[in-house]
Design a protein around this ligand. Structure first.
Ligand code: MG
Ligand code: MG
Length: 255
């Protein structure tokens, strides 16, 4: 069931979104050569705690997962696409890092992700992150009242295709509100003019995941969480929580 939010709920979700933005900024600021993934998670956790926000990630256990998620952020490095579990791995020069974090504040949830490079970037990684951001921007631009979910999916897919990047077929964006994952599903590929109609008050997490190797194939680590590119190429993941409004798309997870 798709829940259309009231304007008051959109304002509440904006506050949750600000906390997410701050948590992601803290994780990114903490990142550097020699810093462990767990330290990035701790930086995000401190922001949530200070804001009085609950983590929708911590203890989360979807049907595919063998264990509850142990952290407030997913940290996915290099060939890891999404759902990386922050551990003792210490970042190295040139690592491509994606951090995904959520916050629940006063009963409303925000969800966003950033990709960035530690130290000296490889040109190909800069291109990959740029393409992923462009895919997200195209998806957000298509999130207008009167459009349909397929218009968002098509916009994202077109950018990924032009950049010759793959995307994992089974994962995409989602409705979001009181819970992190609500209907409708927002695929990262699709046909324009198809799917659920967009209207004022619909809130979506839009999240392209691009794989540099061009293949859609991925594999899951033995931890049951971390998704990696099957060909070992690098991946990027950038996400925002976006409200469809009569005034145009409103990004709720900006600072
Ligand atoms: Mg997310
Ligand atoms: Mg999400």
């Amino acid at each position: 069931m798709v829940e259309i939010k009231t304007d008051a709920a959109l304002e509440a979700m904006r506050e949750a979104g600000r906390v997410v933005a701050r948590a992601l900024a803290a994780a990114r600021d903490a990142a550097g050569v020699g810093v462990s993934l767990r330290e990035l998670d701790e930086a995000a956790r401190a922001v949530l705690t200070e804001a009085g926000a609950r983590s929708p990630f911590l203890g989360y256990r979807p049907s595919f997962a063998p264990t509850p998620f142990p952290a407030v952020a997913c940290v996915s490095v290099n060939d890891a696409i999404v759902h990386g579990v922050p551990d003792g791995y210490r970042l190295r020069d040139g690592d491509l890092v994606s951090v995904d974090c959520g916050a629940e504040l006063d009963g409303w949830t925000g969800d966003a992700a950033v990709s960035f490079i530690v130290g000296t970037p490889r040109p190909a990684d800069l291109e990959l992150v740029k393409a992923t951001r462009e895919a997200l921007d195209a998806g957000i631009a298509a999130a207008t009242a009167g459009n349909r979910i397929g218009d968002i999916s098509h916009a994202i897919g077109a950018v990924a295709e032009a950049a010759r990047c793959g995307m994992p077929r089974d994962f995409g964006g989602h409705g979001i509100g009181r819970r992190m994952h609500e209907d409708p599903h927002v695929p990262n590929r699709g046909r324009p003019g198809r799917g659920f109609p967009l209207r004022h008050g619909l809130v979506l997490a839009i999240e392209p995941m691009l794989m540099a190797g061009g293949s859609d194939a991925y594999r899951t680590d033995p931890d049951g969480w971390t998704l990696r590119t099957a060909d070992g190429s690098r991946a990027a993941h950038i996400e925002h929580t976006v409200a469809v409004t009569d005034e145009g798309p409103r990004v709720l997870t900006l600072p």
